[in-house]
Design a protein around this ligand. Sequence first.
Ligand code: PSU
Ligand code: MN
Length: 311
Amino acid sequence: MNSHLHIAPEVADALHEQRPVVALESTLITHGLAYPSNVETALAMEAAVRESGAVPATIAVLGGQITVGLSHDEVERLGALPTGTVRKCSRRDLSIAVGLGEDAATTVAGTMIVAHMAGLRVFATGGIGGVHRGHPFDVSADLIELGRTPIAVVCSGAKSILDLPLTLEVLETQGVPVIGYGIDSLPSFYTRSTGLPIDARIERPEQAARIVEAAHALGMQHGILFAVPVPAEEELPYEQAEAAIQQATDEAEAQGIHGKAVTPFVLKRVSEITGGESKRANVTLLVNNARVGGQIAAALSELETTTIPVR
Ligand code: PSU
Ligand code: MN
């Protein structure tokens, strides 16, 4: 095992015994939500994973050490660091953070890479990156990682700050199955449905586990996206979410914000514009996705430890 990777003992034990583990990302802690709700939400996600019978493994880089399974104190410390002082770590950034001994937060792409290194299979988060509206060459590294790293990513689709039809096109090109979990079309984070077509609909964790197991047995090297809509009680009206997103995107453009700074900027502005509402939806879907991720990981462990492997 590589010396830059530290796996917390509880996570290592669970992996060793083929018990379910769910990876959780840290960019939502440092760049997605403000302190202290970032820390509260991260810990609520861990609790939801546990309620589903799985072990949570929040992933970040701490002083250059890639860490799988942050302690509560480590989540608190990372979450309290001043905004903008922590590197947002996608594929291109990981070696820099490790090489320079930094504290860094992993994005969806970064978390998938580390989860795969550590032998995890399931990862739960809020939304993935995608193709930015009006900038068809700003394609999130998340989409490329999904095409090359075999991790099941449980999320609520992608925010409509992105060009969702183009995002689906890139996922198709990358060979990534997009599966609706109790839904027929792609959810767009705050709203349950966009009407955009996806590849299949499932209803239960066992079905998700069977798809993950099939991809593994077939030697496929790509990720799988499980899209879980925000619980109906907390869904934002489409027009409200859309108006806030459009305003935030225009402001980013006007202020000349580019590259990896775009997503954090827009997330922050949308939450300011909608007041508490978008934040409540955000927290609700994150915790719900963590719960579903735990259920899928549990079903996968069950499948793998009770059936004879296909050869
Ligand atoms: N979308 C959200 N919340 C987030 C992110 C995306 O609704 O916190 C974060 C994730 O960590 C994702 C990253 O991997 O932003 C994508 O950034 P970029 O668009 O720069 O690839
Ligand atoms: Mn980008």
